[in-house]
Write a protein that binds this ligand. Structure first.
Ligand code: IPM
Ligand code: MG
Length: 358
């Protein structure tokens, strides 16, 4: 099989961890007879430096013309004070909107090898396996009106709008229910229906949709309670479906249950066309270029890409197994280090991983 993969290394530690992902794909390609054609493009800060824009048209075009997009991370101090339309984050949002990636899957599964890296007690986190399904192209991130406007009295007023249409809710609900069906059969929808009209509407639609999925046990939580429950007793959750902003916040919290956000991949999918696969963590500018980054979330994003976009589950399994083996051998980057383990940098982690894979 031939696949064209667009690589978006981005900023900070992005290029370091992307190198590891590409090496993994080459090895896996040889073993499974998959032929990858890679094309690289700039996004985020590097794109701003090169072209003045965080998402150049050519980059979006290349992404559209590929079977899948592998993204590392964007952003850094250098670009933090630019006007909004030039910020790296705007490039990422443009990529999501431009490819119609409305469904963001963020698994948070604790690995037995890393239980001691979690900030919570063993009995709380042991066995945690949550999938956050986050709506990604709607809600307050994209709603209009937005901006800073002058009121009649001449005072300035900042505005964003949280809005969801029926079809936007229905399509993410469908992903939520279908994901739950393939997992533990439980779906928790998170909203703020006690305060927000848009959330009550969300809740009503999801309840309506649940009639089509009698095999899925549906529950609803307000977002503040959901945040509390996630740290109180995370094992009560199987699949969570929620809007863009709540999903942004809850997926970081869920990620940290597992010990390190440095271990977690994500998939962003649309109705058709290429998906984007990327680690949940950011560009970590504080450790960029120092060979300290944990490349495993990027590598696990490769596995998600093989599973969800390229339909190569055996290759995905192999990569996921290799990551577990490397951890079993005791190798740890700084972010997941614990007593008695062997601390390594990004390059050494990659070497061990490639050895295990081949
Ligand atoms: C994420 C990030 C992004 C988001 C930022 C970088 C725009 O926090 O992917 O979770 O808010 O969606
Ligand atoms: Mg986030």
């Amino acid at each position: 099989m031939n696949y064209r993969i667009t690589l978006l290394p981005g900023d900070g530690i992005g290029p370091e961890i992307m190198t590891v992902a590409v090496d993994v794909l080459k090895v896996i390609g040889n073993q499974f007879n998959l032929n990858f054609e890679f094309q690289e493009a700039p996004i985020g800060g590097v794109a701003i430096d090169a072209t003045g824009e965080p998402l150049p048209k050519e980059t979006l075009e290349k992404c559209r013309n590929s079977d899948a997009v592998l993204l590392a991370a964007i952003g850094g101090y250098k670009w933090d004070n630019l006007p909004r339309h030039q910020r790296p984050e705007t490039g990422l949002l443009g990529l999501r909107a431009g490819l119609g990636l409305f469904a963001n899957l963020r698994p948070a599964k604790i690995l037995p090898q890393l239980i001691d890296a979690s900030s919570l007690k063993r009995e709380i986190v042991e066995g945690v396996d949550i999938m956050v399904v986050r709506e990604l192209t709607g809600g307050v991130y994209f709603g209009t009106p937005k901006g800073v406007f002058e009121t009649e009295t001449g005072e300035k007023r900042g505005v964003n709008t949280m809005a969801y249409t029926e079809s936007e809710i229905d399509r993410i609900a469908k992903v939520g229910f279908e994901t739950a069906q393939k997992r533990g059969g439980k779906l928790c929808s998170v909203d703020k229906a006690n305060v927000l009209e848009v959330s009550q509407f969300w809740r009503d639609r999801i309840t309506q949709m649940s009639l089509e999925y009698p095999d899925v046990e549906l529950s609803h939580l307000y977002v503040d309670n959901a945040a509390m429950q996630l740290v109180r007793w995370p094992k009560q959750f199987d699949t969570i479906v929620t809007g863009n902003l709540f999903g942004d916040i809850l997926s970081d919290a869920a990620a940290m249950l597992t010990g390190s956000i440095g271990m977690l991949p994500s998939a962003s999918l649309g109705a058709s066309g290429p998906g984007v696969f990327e680690p949940v963590h950011g560009s970590a500018p504080d450790i960029a270029g120092q060979d300290k980054a944990n490349p495993l979330a990027q590598v696990l994003s490769v596995a998600m890409m093989l599973r969800y976009a390229l339909e190569q589950p055996a290759a995905a399994d192999k990569i996921e197994q290799a990551v577990l083996q490397v951890l079993d051998l005791g190798y740890r980057t700084g972010d997941i280090m614990s007593e008695g383990m062997k601390q390594v940098g990004c390059k050494e982690m990659a070497e061990v991983l490639l050895k295990v894979l081949s």
